[in-house]
Design a binder for this molecule. Structure first.
Ligand code: SF4
Ligand code: SF4
Length: 173
């Protein structure tokens, strides 16, 4: 079997390293001067300063509610079925008639609705599949938790967590 010689012959300039170091220093000084004298920073002082993300950003989920704070979800399972990460788990039951925002007897409701954010890949399929515009992905990117169980969003948290994009937080009539 033949061998490939990958050793490279360096020029005297390359062996000296000085030109490459000077080029690197020039770039460093350029950024230092821009930041120190002209206050041009590419970073922000998070968490005191927060960036505005694109309106298309897909962050933490929430479930929209109607004027009575009843979730718009009818537990149809479409989001759970389409989810490629299998991280949505819904338990459904019949919705009591007096608390039924749709005026339809036997409309379903989620008894529990859990999303495992550690499995979620934020593809947005659940949002697209939902026929009731109930499940949404907000602009909230602050999802750090200190325990694994805190990354499982339950129905109460999903209904409460509506700090997302403006058009996504409007209360459904
Ligand atoms: S964003 Fe995608 S992966 Fe996450 S819960 Fe929705 S469908 Fe599943
Ligand atoms: S969130 Fe939407 S798609 Fe998911 S179960 Fe509820 S109504 Fe169906």
């Amino acid at each position: 079997m033949g061998t490939i010689n990958i050793s490279k012959k360096y020029t005297a300039k390359e062996k000296a390293y000085i030109p490459a170091i000077l080029v690197g220093l020039k770039i460093t000084m350029k950024h230092f001067i821009k930041g120190f004298f002209f206050r041009h920073h590419n970073t922000v002082m998070y968490p005191e300063v927060k960036r505005d993300y694109s309106d298309r950003f897909r962050g933490k989920h929430f479930i929209s509610v109607d004027a009575n704070k009843t979730e718009n979800c009818t537990a149809c399972y479409l989001c759970e079925t389409i989810c490629p990460a299998e991280c949505i788990h819904i338990v459904a039951d019949e919705r009591e008639e007096e608390n039924n925002p749709y005026g339809v007897k036997k409309e379903k409701k989620p008894v529990s609705f859990d999303i495992d954010a550690l499995r979620c890949c934020f593809c947005g399929f659940c949002e697209e599949a939902c026929p009731k515009d109930a499940i949404k992905l907000s602009g909230n990117y602050e999802m750090a938790v200190s325990a694994r169980q805190d990354a499982i969003y339950d129905l109460d948290l999903l209904k409460r967590d509506m700090n997302g994009r403006k058009e996504k937080t409007e209360v459904k009539k």
